[in-house]
Design a protein around this ligand. Structure first.
Ligand code: ADP
Ligand code: XUL
Length: 512
């Protein structure tokens, strides 16, 4: 049995796989907003941040770990688990003082984890991937390297607001004393993995590439990028390492508290998107994954070394070796939920039943579907833009929003240079048949979905088994199978309709 954990924006999820039978043995999830309401973060982050700041309380992630493991431990015999691996929302960072490693080594099963670890935090809140507050820092990093092209050549991305390096630079700028007290900076994924291992663990090449600090040629921290970010940063970062490594034994606290075996080990963590690449069986080029979570992401294993000339797309380490592309669309479920709530609709209105009221292409009516700042493309909107009246019927608005989202995705994934031949969908909205069909038609490629909704947690469980020596190809063959009747073929008669719709979308975008 192998346990995968995914600490995402809105929840912490667990998936346990049984590699003997090729089945999912257990699944559970803690929703931060609903189950830990005392952190005042209904959607997993602290609302009301100013000047683009979006932070979350790292104590919430720690408390969720205690809560989830206690629940899973009651329903499932955790002594059967051979190894654990974690996945986490990318880019988010946790800042800790010199007491952190001693605290990790001395975790007491009789006390809540959060009470023991929170005193080590040197930054009370953690910037997360939705944060856009670091424009000044990105500009300074790019200038220091002689331009964004060089930042992208080294790190796989131009300097990006949500990436960890610019976030660290801002922290040093605004709170130099807090930075000075900081001894170690973790990503969300390596933070959760370190708690489980009872020691600081390395940062893998998949999540590490989302920092604007890792040199993808040397797979080491890039000294010029470190220097452009903050002084003494190398000493404050864990070493970078390949995701397939075992980090160490599970800390004794978890053995005593939740009934794990004292032989259980912890594999290195990775980001939620690299983890989903594994969980969706897409570690080889050809299949692309679209994840419909809080953000929407588009990613695929890469066969060639290309970067996005427009600077919106990224290159990360592929946990199976080599590299992967990733493009993140900030207004994913956030926009779908906003329109649903604004018009008093339900998800049925976004599904086959609701979408059947309007034709593909929406008669040229399209929306720039951004309810908040967007990062692909970079736009500062605080509301959507329509090329049709704002009081149009709800069904027209829903189709315009959804088609706008996936036309935008098609447009901004063209730099990868490979048209997807198969799309695998994951994330909360992937169960929506209407959305799945629309994606098949817009991309003109078949869409498959899996029975396990959380591809990132499944990917973590598979990586845990792989780190212990199991063959990755056999694992993905056993676990990454589409659910029965989940495949949707594209309607090829709509290819021209969506080529035209892409033109309408581009025209509206060009006006803004
Ligand atoms: P994250 O991993 O970012 O926390 P999830 O992948 O769990 O997010 O997705 C959660 C989101 O899925 C919800 O916020 C909701 O907007 C969306 N969702 C759930 N069910 C549906 C549905 N039937 N149709 C469309 N969206 C849905
Ligand atoms: C990727 C990104 C998001 C987060 C949260 O670059 O910012 O997808 O990983 O899921």
């Amino acid at each position: 049995m192998f346990l995968g954990l995914d600490s995402s924006t809105q929840s912490l999820s667990a998936v346990i796989i049984d590699t003997d039978t090729g089945t999912i043995a257990h699944e559970d999830s803690v929703n931060f907003g609903a189950e830990l309401p005392h952190y005042g973060s209904p959607s997993g982050f602290i609302p009301g941040g100013v000047a683009g700041e979006v932070h979350a309380d790292p104590r919430m992630w720690i408390e969720a770990l205690d809560l989830l493991l206690s629940r899973v431990g009651k329903a499932f015999d955790l002594s059967q688990v051979t190894a654990i691996a974690c996945s986490g929302q990318q880019h988010g960072s946790v800042y800790l003082d010199d007491s952190f490693s001693d605290r990790l080594a001395a975790l007491d099963p009789a006390q809540p984890l959060v009470d023991q670890l929170a005193p080590a935090l040197t930054r009370a809140t953690s910037p997360i991937w939705m944060d856009t507050s670091t424009g000044e820092d990105c500009a300074a990093i790019a200038a220091s390297l002689g331009g964004n092209e060089e930042v992208c050549r080294r790190s796989g991305s131009v300097a990006v607001e949500r990436f960890t390096g610019p976030q660290i630079r801002r922290f040093h700028r605004l709170d130099p004393a807090g930075y000075e007290r900081t001894r170690i900076i973790h990503l969300v994924s390596s933070f959760i993995g370190s708690i489980l291992a009872g020691k600081n663990i390395a940062i893998d090449h998949g999540d590490g590439a989302g920092m604007n600090l890792l040199n993808l040629h040397s797979l080491d921290w890039d000294q010029d990028l470190l220097d452009a970010t903050a002084p003494g940063l190398r000493q404050r970062l864990p070493l970078p390492a390949a995701a397939s490594s075992v980090a160490g034994e599970l800390a004794p606290c978890f053995v005593k508290k939740f009934g794990f075996s004292d032989l259980c080990v912890v594999a290195l963590s990775t980001g939620d998107n690299p983890s989903s690449l594994v969980g969706m069986g897409a570690t080889s080029p050809g299949t692309c994954v679209i994840s419909l979570g809080t953000s929407d992401t588009f990613f695929a294993a890469m066969s060639g070394a290309v970067t996005d000339p427009n600077g919106f797309g990224h290159v990360f380490g592929n946990p199976a070796g080599g590299f992967m592309s990733l493009i993140c669309f900030r207004n994913g479920s956030l926009s779908r939920e906003a329109l649903r709530d604004e018009l008093g609709l339900s998800w049925a209105d976004f599904d086959e039943s609701g979408l059947s009221a309007t034709p593909a292409g929406n008669k040229g009516q399209v929306m720039l579907p951004f309810y908040g700042p967007e990062i692909t493309p970079r736009l500062d909107f605080t509301g959507p833009v329509r090329n049709f009246p704002v009081d149009a019927p709800s069904a027209v608005q829903v189709r315009a929003l959804l088609e706008g989202q996936f036309l935008n995705m098609r447009l901004h994934s063209q730099w990868i240079g490979e048209k997807p031949t198969l799309i695998r969908l994951t994330g909360g909205a992937s169960k929506n048949d209407g959305i799945a069909r629309l994606i098949a038609n817009i991309f003109q490629a078949p869409v498959e979905r899996f029975a396990v909704a959380n591809g990132a947690a499944l990917g973590a469980a598979i990586r845990a088994a792989h780190a212990c020596g199991a063959d990755l190809a056999s694992l993905t063959a056993a676990f990454c199978r589409p659910a029965e009747n989940s495949r949707i073929e594209p309607d090829t008669s709509l290819a021209a309709t969506y080529d035209a719709a892409l033109g309408h979308f581009q025209a509206l975008l060009a006006d803004h």
